[in-house]
Design a binder for this molecule. Sequence first.
Ligand code: SF4
Ligand code: SF4
Ligand code: SF4
Length: 294
Amino acid sequence: MKRCPHPPLLQVMTSEKKKKQSGVLRLRENGVVSLRVKAVAGLLSAEQLETLARTARDYGLGEVCTTARLNLEIPGVARADVADASKALYEAGLVLGSTGPAVRSVVACKGTVCRHGCCDTFALSRALEETEGGRPLPRKLKIAIAGCPNNCARVQLNDIGFMGHRFPRFDAEACTRCGACEKVCREGAITVTDDEIVFSPERCIGCGDCISTCPADAISIAYEGLSLYLGGRAGREIRLGTEVPGLVAEADVPHVTERIITYFAEHAHDGERFVQMMDRIGEETVLRELGLDA
Ligand code: SF4
Ligand code: SF4
Ligand code: SF4
């Protein structure tokens, strides 16, 4: 199993400079913490789940709780037991993290297996975790990936959000005028008559549902990719991310993300979220300097 390239807890703990331990959260009670375990793409093996359960029993309260970003936490661990507990987790390929000023756990919906999915969300999430997961930054940075416009991952509320799309092309010759595509299109972008199919591109949001529905293979993919949103945040202040023009090809997501994060690392002031940096520098300037303005 590949592991996060950024320092795991054990290394952080043995560092001379140790101040904050990534993945260790204070609780109300003094001397007791919660251990945050990263579940890349929300997936853990059965063996890892067994280790998680055993560690929760041996060192915690015998409970594991989920977080909004697909992490799992073991609450109630005595500070004195953190090293032993994290060692047990690390040996099973489980890494603590997703705290502090760094790239937080990537949230991805189950688009890889979902019937609506327009991209491989699990693979994208793993790729981003491998290259960017835990990267130290001036402030936390959140990434989310949704497989389609149903947007189960709420991508606009993240610093970087991706959403998969597939746009249709119709083959009038192959069409049997069954009307299934018109029924499935919730945007009303398709009208089927006895003579023709009328498609309204301005209504189409690229969900791809008509493509997978057509029983006659009369609808193919005209083009596909992921829309990109920058500068969203939730919590005490809520901002929706700005939609970047065009679509990012699935294969380009890792290097586009790396470019955006490097820009943030180089331009953000300490304590600034992406949107605050964008407000200070100017949205147009940021997009232009990132090569994302067209
Ligand atoms: S966003 Fe789309 S692909 Fe992802 S889980 Fe929801 S419906 Fe499925
Ligand atoms: S679902 Fe396919 S076959 Fe049926 S009307 Fe639409 S394009 Fe034609
Ligand atoms: S891709 Fe989705 S929105 Fe576009 S025409 Fe097909 S069903 Fe409608």
